[in-house]
Write a protein that binds this ligand. Sequence first.
Ligand code: NDP
Ligand code: HSE
Length: 436
Amino acid sequence: MMRTRPLKVALLGCGVVGSEVARIMATHADDLAARIGAPLELAGVAVRRPSKVREGIDPALITTDATALVKRGDIDVVVEVIGGIEPARTLITTAFEHGASVVSANKALLAEDGATLFAAAEKHGKDLYYEAAVAGAIPLLRPLRESLAGDKVNRVLGIVNGTTNFILDRMDSSGAGYSEALDEATALGYAEADPTADVEGFDAAAKAAILAGMAFHTRVRLDDVHREGLTEVTAADIASARRMGCTVKLLAICERAADGKSVTARVHPAMIPLSHPLASVREAYNAVFVEAEAAGQLMFYGPGAGGPPTASAVLGDLVAVCRNRLGEATGPGESAYTRLPVNSMAEVVTRYHISLDVADKPGVLAQVATVFAEHDVSIDTVRQQGRLDSEGLGGEASLVVVTHRAPDAALSGTVEALRKLDTVRGVASIMRVEGE
Ligand code: NDP
Ligand code: HSE
């Protein structure tokens, strides 16, 4: 039975994502109505610059007063695609207070203060859906929250930022420069309003916090996630990875400790073997492995950024929330009952690829090996290549050490000690190695 009275949707933000949400709502109106059981009506669009021409949108719907829009009282669903912490947070909580459910793509806000949003949704008996906040078009949060609700997830690992994957892919495959690749990603609508969020790893860390919280049924905030961006990754690192049969990716890794009593979440660049499925994730695509006790290893792959892919995820949530609304039900809220502590990076067990500039003379290798042994770090491989010094006389070498798995504290302690050796002229690069 189709209800004739439409469900009213308020769109907050009409940029890269919002404009696509409005376009799909208009062009697929009949299908969406049939799937929901009621037509959708775009009741208002809040923006910052009202005079900007917005194709396909009735200018009468445009407002700069987002607060008045969410307070109207007749809005069924607010779609928040403004981004950032404020005014998005206040607008979302106000929407709940005035009877609306909310669909958001705002990972920064969910990771910073999801607790406030979940509490407000629960208090007012409304839905908060946010599939688009992690990995663009890829259905990932709903499988974690619903399909895997009967299993025990132990690890989530993947590429969750399209912009940085695009940059690394361009640098690796076409030799493009960092700035040039970032400009291209921005022009394609992949980057955040402030691309620092992408390249410094904040965006991926926010997604890691959301994924870890959902996977392990605990609360993980942005500050709990160890974060390193890709600004320190050099062309030399990428070339060195190639020589080892690896490529460099910015990874998000969320793990349950072996004893099950704590979790970790981290984002950092890492070398992965070219044979690993993540190595072939190109451009702005994302891919995420989920390891669950009974299910085993699952891989989710698809477009991770951009207007249409993200709008697809927003529309999926919009349909789900509208169906709930018509059925006078709400979907699952936050599940944080395990209250597991989040351990620091020091306790994470990982592997390092360390590239050192050393004096090429007897005993140096032994000195270096001793430092590793003193920190209880086992060496997997060593590669040394002599080279000429600045006067063309030789006497310097490049030493590349790859370790076995060890606690990050031991690995970083080793690097600090290596820096103090007279024979170590410099630490050219340090990168973790994952996926083996
Ligand atoms: P844009 O910067 O392209 O769009 C932001 C929109 O919000 C613009 O329409 C802007 O208005 C409007 N806006 C900004 N401030 C206000 C305000 N105070 N009141 C009313 N409107 C305001 O961002 P995106 O569309 O790229 O991203 C939106 C959200 O989606 C963010 O949370 C982002 O992290 C998330 N996201 C983005 C993805 C992507 O690939 N781009 C993918 C997944 C999630 P105006 O048009 O007038 O400037
Ligand atoms: N800036 C984000 C990215 C958008 O590049 O992945 C998708 O969340």
